[in-house]
Ligand binder design. Structure first.
Ligand code: ATP
Ligand code: MG
Length: 192
């Protein structure tokens, strides 16, 4: 993996409560870390990042948004992550079905298997489908959730733990901005 300098020097600001009595200290704990910029020179770097994430306990209940243009490498990243988590067999892109479920081995012998939901909202046009297809219920369950094209379901999705925004550079390598949206995401970003 290439060098990973901080993208911005400002941390994520924490909401301050402003009332008639004036400012109050931050309501929630420590601020989230600033976004990080990664450089994936080839698919091998994509795979290495996915393999590092797969070793984290926090991955097993995380919600990760994957942003970026067509062909940026979102599904490729998901495939590497699922393989690294021990998912076997063909890993289909969920473009037509909106969601593809997967199952990986449990963290320990005797524990429940890892459930993974891979969403691709590219063709998601009807917000009624959110309830009808039971997506709200899926997001309420334990398991790893990965979503391509989250903008197409904006307002319905919960806050992501981690957002990866992929961008293809002129030399076909990928610039990736990794941004934590929660303490779990911040932990996933640490050294990930
Ligand atoms: N880090 C990388 N460097 C160079 N090429 C890559 C890299 N990651 C992925 N690719 C290649 O780019 C293509 C990305 O296709 P992929 O289906 O993953 O894109 P996508 O972002 O999921 O697109 P879509 O929005 O259509 O779902 C693949 O052919 C893959 O081999
Ligand atoms: Mg895709």
């Amino acid at each position: 993996m290439g060098p990973v300098p901080d993208l911005c020097d400002q941390g994520r600001t924490v909401k301050l409560a402003v009332t008639a009595a004036g400012f109050h200290p931050p309501i929630v704990g420590s601020p989230l870390p600033p976004p990080r910029r990664l450089h994936w020179r080839s698919e091998e770097d994509t795979a290495a990042f996915a393999q590092a994430l797969a070793t984290r306990d926090d991955i097993r209940d995380a919600f990760i948004e994957l942003r970026g243009d067509l062909g940026a490498g979102k599904t490729t990243f998901v495939r590497h992550l699922l393989r690294a988590l021990g998912v076997q067999g063909r890993i289909k892109s969920p473009t037509y079905a909106v969601v593809e479920p997967h199952e990986g081995p449990p963290a320990q012998v005797g524990a429940a298997p890892l459930t993974i939901w891979h969403f691709d909202f590219y063709r998601f046009n009807d917000p009624r489908e959110w309830e009808d297809a039971g997506f709200r219920d899926l997001f309420a369950r334990p398991g790893l959730k990965l979503a391509e094209w989250p903008d197409k379901a904006a307002g319905l999705l919960p806050t992501p733990d981690l957002v990866l925004t992929l961008d293809t550079l002129d030399d076909e390598s990928r610039q990736v901005i990794a941004s934590a949206g929660s303490p779990r995401g911040a932990r996933l970003m640490e050294g990930g």
